[in-house]
Design a protein around this ligand. Structure first.
Ligand code: PLP
Length: 248
């Protein structure tokens, strides 16, 4: 396993961020891509606000969070910093109100019920947010997201929700040490994006691909990722098992 050094001070964060960014840039160049096309979204789940303040001082202006309760608390604690929040975990309709109020981006849209609830709350607040549609590319039951076969129909319904600005697609690859299996998940997401675009260029907005995490972001970039969601390689290893975030 890769070992992920913990970061506490702003200097620690500068070091880790620069190291991850250098690997992102190298992966993009290796794939013949412009590194400027790949956004780094730091995933701050389980990391407390005092440390996040140091990450902001080191230049982070966005954080990704998986759970609504946690992002709600941190949003209040860090409001003075102006940092923006991306919700990247499955949402229940009864939490749509909170996400509408505090998130600038929602990356895990996977049902029309959630689209409807979120859009209604956003309309009430007079604001809009960027959304990514989550697709289950691994076939693992523990992963949220639409079945690939349901994506095209789903995308055609989204223009009805005018406060949701569709940016593209998001996925979690199989948690596997088999690099080819992981790569197939990313390739599938890209193919789905390309096919949707061929059908109608407006269906997936600018067609962003949010894919890749600490353990697999270089493969994701080789397959076309435009947003990597990286937690442990920036903040240090997480004690909480991932099953807490992706319940089976
Ligand atoms: C936790 C999480 C990540 C980041 O995982 P790391 O291993 O910390 O890089 C990315 N995406 C989602 C949806 C997550 O929940």
């Amino acid at each position: 396993m890769t070992d992920y050094p913990a970061a506490r001070t702003a200097d620690d964060f500068r070091t880790n961020l620069a190291a991850v960014r250098a690997r992102i840039d190298a992966a993009a160049e290796g794939a013949g891509r412009d590194p400027g096309e790949v956004r780094l979204l730091p995933v701050s789940k389980t990391v407390e606000s005092d440390r996040l303040r140091n990450a902001v001082a080191a230049g982070c202006d966005w954080f990704g969070e998986n759970k609504v309760q946690e992002v709600k608390r941190k949003h209040a604690e860090l409001e003075d910093t102006g940092v923006k929040w991306a919700v990247i975990g499955h949402l229940q309709t009864n939490k749509a109100k909170d996400v509408a109020a505090i998130a600038d981006e929602f990356q895990a849209l996977d049902s029309l019920r959630v689209a409807e609830a979120l859009d209604r709350r956003l309309q009430m607040l007079g604001r809009g947010i960027d959304v990514y549609v989550q697709v289950n590319t691994s076939g693992e039951e523990s992963k949220f997201g639409l079945h690939p076969d349901d994506l095209a129909g789903f995308l055609t319904e989204l223009p009805a929700f005018s406060s949701l600005r569709v940016r593209g697609l998001m996925t979690l690859a199989a948690l596997s040490s088999d690099a080819e299996r992981v790569r197939r998940c990313f390739r599938l997401l890209r193919d789905l994006r390309d096919r949707a675009r061929d059908r109608d260029p407006d269906l997936v907005g600018p067609g962003e691909l949010s894919m890749g995490m600490s353990g697999d972001y270089e493969v994701a970039i080789a397959e076309g990722s435009t947003c990597v969601r990286v937690g442990q390689a920036i903040f240090g290893a997480r004690a909480t098992p991932d099953s807490h975030y992706w319940p089976g």
